[in-house]
Design a protein around this ligand. Structure first.
Ligand code: HEM
Length: 179
């Protein structure tokens, strides 16, 4: 079975780790809230959780743009044995949604954070806000950020389920294309 280029495989696994970290951090923030985190873990740890969440998100945005460029340039290797028509449609839909949502998600976070006049932290730097001074819009954008987060989580479950099915049931070597 032909494989993806090394650059594509490396980006896949780096982005996968960053997305899992971002979703885990986001869910912690969602469940505790800023005050809850500060009262439980202290202010320094709370600020670190927010800073790393935003930093991971912006890294995902940058790496996804590189990944999209690589995909447009290199395409994807042939499937051997070929996929069924259903598998083709399902995998193209899942992968296309991943690209779209993993670019949309950090942009929503950046827009929401700026609109709420919160700092857009990237490691030790503050990036310029895209929007500012609109708390109501910030709330709406954070709501969208949460909805898209749950959509990404659902896609991850479908994607991992498909990988397990190809490996354990169909045994067609599809997972090896990305390893
Ligand atoms: C792919 C990248 C990202 C993922 C997967 C992600 C994921 C999440 C998730 C799952 C939540 C919890 C939402 C909820 O259910 O309430 C969340 C919250 C949050 N995210 Fe992100 N995020 C990403 C990028 C960003 C970026 C780039 C920023 C800012 C620059 C950001 C800022 C925030 C903030 C401040 C919250 C807390 C919102 C609140 O207090 O209601 N996120 N994120």
């Amino acid at each position: 079975m032909p494989r993806y280029a090394f650059s594509q495989r490396a980006l896949h696994w780096i982005i996968a780790l960053l997305v899992i970290g971002s979703i885990a951090g986001g869910k912690v923030i969602e469940n505790f809230g800023f005050e809850g985190l500060r009262d439980t873990f202290g202010l320094d740890a709370t600020n670190a959780i927010y800073t790393y969440h935003k930093t991971f998100g912006i890294l995902i945005l940058a790496l996804m743009l590189v990944r999209l460029a690589l995909k447009l340039r290199l395409g994807k290797p042939e499937y051997d044995p070929p996929l069924t028509r259903f598998e083709h449609i399902a995998s193209n839909a899942t992968h296309g949604l991943f690209y779209g949502l993993l670019i949309l998600m950090p942009v929503l976070g950046w827009l929401a954070t700026g609109a709420g006049d919160f700092p857009v932290q990237f490691f030790g730097w503050n990036l310029p806000p895209i929007l500012s001074g609109d708390k109501a819009l910030s709330e709406t954008l954070y709501d969208l950020h949460a909805i898209v987060g749950n959509a990404i989580l659902t896609l991850i479950l479908v994607h991992v389920g498909a990988a397990i099915w190809h490996t354990a049931v169909k045994k067609d070597g599809v997972l090896r294309r990305m390893v």
